[in-house]
Design a protein around this ligand. Structure first.
Ligand SMILES: Nc1nc2c(ncn2[C@@H]2O[C@H](COP(=O)(O)OP(=O)(O)OP(=O)(O)O)[C@@H](O)[C@H]2O)c(=O)[nH]1
Ligand SMILES: [Mg+2]
Length: 317
C-alpha cells in the first residue's frame, strides 16, 4: 500500500520477475506502446503547463513541437504506438534535453511527474527505444522497460500462485489515489489472512502537492495514510515494512529542492542520509503509538533495481 506513484506496482512487477525468473511475452507485448504513451503524455502535460505559464523553450523547433504536442490531447497507448516514428523520437530527445523542460521538472508548483522518463532518456536506453531499434532489445532489456513503464492502478490487482522459497505468495497491489482508498476496507476484509503489509513511500514526493486541484503536500498525505492504516489495522498480526522508494533520485533532487523548505520541523542537513534518517524516525514514532510488540522495518530502495527488490522479498518472507 501507499500513496500514488510510490512504487507499489513496480514492486509487484519485480516480484513477478524474481519469482517466475522472467516476464512472459504476454506482458512484454504492450511494453513498447506504454513507453511511447508515457513519454508523449508527459510531454503533452509539460506543453500545457508551458502554455499556461507563458514559458518558452530554448529553441524554435522545441516551441513548435510543444504546439504540436498540445494538439494531440489525450492519447491511448495504441495511438501512441501508431504515431511514434523514429523522427518523432528525435524530436522527443531534443525536447527532453531542452534546459527549460529540465527546469520545469524541478518546479513543484507545476505538478509534473516524469520519474520514469529519466530511465527512458538515459543514454543507455534512448537509442534502443526508437521504433526501428526496439525489436533488437534483449529480453532482459524489455523486462527492465516493463518494470519502468507507469500505469496507474485502479482498484487492486492480484498476483496469485507465485512460488517463492516453497511458499505460495499472493500479493495484492492497491491503487494509491484518493478515490481508490475508499475501497481498502472492503478489499482487506475479503483478503482474510495477511502475513505482511509493505507500505511504499516515495523519497522524492516531499515537494509535490497531491494534484493541481488539491494543494496538500504529498509527503504529508502519505504519512497521514500510514497513520490511518495503523489506526485501522494495528491489531492485526501483520508484519509491517516501509520501503522508502526512489532512493536513486533523492540526492539529485535535494540540490534544487531542499527538504527543509517543505518540511517545517526538519532540522537535519540537506543530505539523503539525513532525510532517510528523519523519515525512518518519524515513521517509527507513528508505528510505536500503535504497536509496541514488534519493530517497524524501514529500508530505502531503488525499486528499478531487481537485486534490491530481491532483498525486500527476503525481508518480508
Ligand atoms: N527512478 C525510480 N523510478 C521508480 C522507482 N519506483 C518506481 N518508479 C517509477 O515510478 C512510476 C510509478 O510507479 P508505480 O509502481 O506505478 O506507482 P504506484 O505506487 O503503483 O502508483 P498507483 O498505482 O497510482 O497507486 C513507474 O514508472 C516506476 O517505474 C524508483 O525507486 N526509482
Ligand atoms: Mg500502481
Amino acid at each position: 500500500m501507499g500513496a500514488s506513484n510510490a512504487g507499489k506496482s513496480t514492486l509487484l512487477k519485480q516480484c513477478k520477475l524474481i519469482v517466475e525468473g522472467g516476464i512472459s511475452q504476454n506482458f512484454l507485448a504492450n511494453t513498447q506502446e506504454l513507453i511511447y504513451a508515457n513519454i508523449l503524455r508527459t510531454f503533452v502535460r509539460i506543453s500545457q503547463v508551458a502554455s499556461e505559464y507563458f514559458i518558452e523553450f530554448k529553441t524554435i523547433e522545441n516551441n513548435q513541437y510543444s504546439q504540436e504536442l498540445m494538439e494531440l490531447g489525450y492519447l491511448s497507448s495504441r495511438r501512441a504506438l501508431e504515431l511514434y516514428t523514429d523522427m518523432l523520437h528525435e524530436k522527443n530527445i531534443s525536447f527532453w534535453n531542452d534546459p527549460t523542460l529540465q527546469q520545469m521538472l524541478t518546479e513543484p508548483a507545476y505538478c509534473i511527474i516524469a520519474d520514469n522518463l529519466h530511465y527512458f532518456f538515459d543514454p543507455k536506453n534512448h537509442e534502443r527505444i526508437r521504433p526501428s531499434e526496439y525489436v533488437h532489445s534483449s529480453k532482459a532489456e524489455m523486462e527492465q522497460d516493463y518494470i519502468a513503464v507507469s500505469v496507474s492502478t485502479c482498484g487492486t490487482t492480484n498476483a496469485s500462485n507465485m512460488e517463492f522459497n516453497d511458499r505460495n505468495l499472493f500479493i495484492h497491489d492497491f491503487g494509491g489515489a484518493q478515490l481508490e482508498r475508499k475501497k481498502y476496507a472492503r478489499v482487506i476484509d475479503m483478503i482474510g489472512d495477511v502475513s505482511a503489509m509493505v507500505f511504499c513511500l516515495s523519497l522524492v514526493c516531499y515537494d509535490r502537492q497531491v494534484s493541481v486541484t488539491d494543494d496538500m503536500n504529498q509527503l504529508e498525505d502519505a504519512m497521514q495514510l500510514f497513520g490511518e492504516l495503523l489506526l485501522a489495522y494495528h491489531a492485526k498480526p501483520w508484519k509491517w515494512v516501509v520501503l522508502l522508494t526512489f532512493e536513486d533520485l533523492l540526492e539529485q533532487k535535494l540540490i534544487h529542492s531542499p527538504f527543509g523548505k517543505y518540511v517545517a520541523n526538519y532540522t537535519g542537513t540537506n543530505t539523503a542520509t539525513s532525510v532517510i534518517e528523519y523519515l525512518t524516525e518519524t515513521l517509527t514514532k507513528t508505528y510505536e503509538k500503535f504497536k509496541t510488540d514488534t519493530v517497524l522495518q524501514v529500508r530505502s530502495i531503488h525499486l528499478l533495481d531487481t537485486e534490491q527488490a530481491k532483498s525486500v522479498l527476503d525481508a518480508v518472507l
